[in-house]
Write a protein that binds this ligand. Structure first.
Ligand code: C5P
Length: 294
């Protein structure tokens, strides 16, 4: 049996540059994986079979099944797999959980089916599954652009601890995916040039500095309107003394850099005691080397 961990991601910056002809948006983002993961196991089977610890996610529309089907079609293997997903990353939270599961499925199947695909090839197939998947094939720290498929590796930001807070928010029923809905709430006035992301990336390369004051997320301006109860959670986190609180992805999760492990643990415990949110204090996760995961 093969086991893969699917690590959650944070967006240290997230800028939207423009709307594209294909309906997607060009982005500039610094992404970072963190030590919060789902676990996937892979066993030989005749068909593509899938089971999830969260029953509401065990349908055939799960990105794990999509990734397996797309990979099988790409490499034309006539083999199946039984994948079991143990879910821990909060769902539809901005933490890239579904995309991380899909990326882990590509890594796991590359091993199980002995495909020998390179990380570049897996990322290319991942782009067909979702925009965040190419980065999550390896994770670590990277500047991401295009639709999400252009990756430039960055040094580790030297952050010891982050506290991730996921509010329990009501969402308006719109029939659209959360991410699509949030993109729809942005006006062109919110578009930026990508210079915030490039500046932080340059600081990380030149000075090894990733100060939270330089973090940014374009969706933070619409989050209070997009998610009922988001603002209350933000304010409770703010009262704890977290210096900068930054939204991740299209939300609703937000995070703050904690000065050390003890303060991080305290912030997470207090947030859970004082609000209905989910909160964890985690370290960063390094880049996964495809070669060594075999
Ligand atoms: O690629 P993914 O399926 O994760 O994207 C979900 C939705 O988010 C898309 O349907 C699109 O509305 C929006 N999106 C976008 N530009 C991106 C990534 C996502 O407009 N670069």
């Amino acid at each position: 049996m093969i086991v893969e961990r699917a690590y959650a991601k944070l967006n240290l910056t997230l800028e939207v540059l423009r709307k594209r002809e294909d309906g997607y948006h060009d982005l500039a983002s610094i992404m970072q994986t963190v030590d919060l993961w789902d676990e996937l196991t892979f066993e030989e089977a005749d068909e593509i079979e899938f089971e999830c610890s969260d029953e509401s996610l065990s349908g055939r529309d799960n990105l794990v099944v999509r990734a397996a089907e797309i990979l099988r079609d790409e490499v034309e293997v006539g083999r199946g797999v039984r994948v079991v997903l143990r879910k821990r990353i909060p769902v539809a939270a901005g933490l890239g959980g579904g995309s991380a599961d899909a990326a882990a499925a590509l890594r796991g199947l590359n091993r199980l089916w002995c495909l020998g695909l390179s990380e570049g090839e897996l990322a290319e197939i991942g782009a067909k599954v979702g925009s965040d998947v190419p980065f999550l094939v390896n994770g670590g720290t990277a500047m991401v652009s295009g639709r999400g498929e252009v990756l430039e590796l960055l040094p580790d930001p030297g952050i010891d601890r982050v506290v991730i807070v996921t509010p329990k928010v009501g969402e308006e029923a719109s029939g659209m995916s959360k991410t699509g809905r949030l993109f729809g709430m942005l006006s062109p006035a919110s578009y930026t040039t990508g210079s915030l992301t490039r500046k932080l990336a340059a600081r990380m390369v030149e000075k090894g500095d990733c100060h939270p004051a330089f973090m940014y997320n374009v969706f933070q301006q619409v989050a209070p309107h997009a998610f009922n109860g988001w603002q209350e959670t933000y304010q409770a986190f703010d009262r704890m003394g977290a210096p900068e609180i930054v939204l991740t992805g299209a939300g609703p999760s937000m995070f703050a850099v904690a000065p050390n492990k003890e303060v991080g643990t305290a912030w997470a415990l207090l947030m859970k005691a004082r609000t209905t949110c989910d909160a964890v204090s985690v370290g960063l996760a390094p880049r996964i080397d495809i070669g060594s995961s075999r």
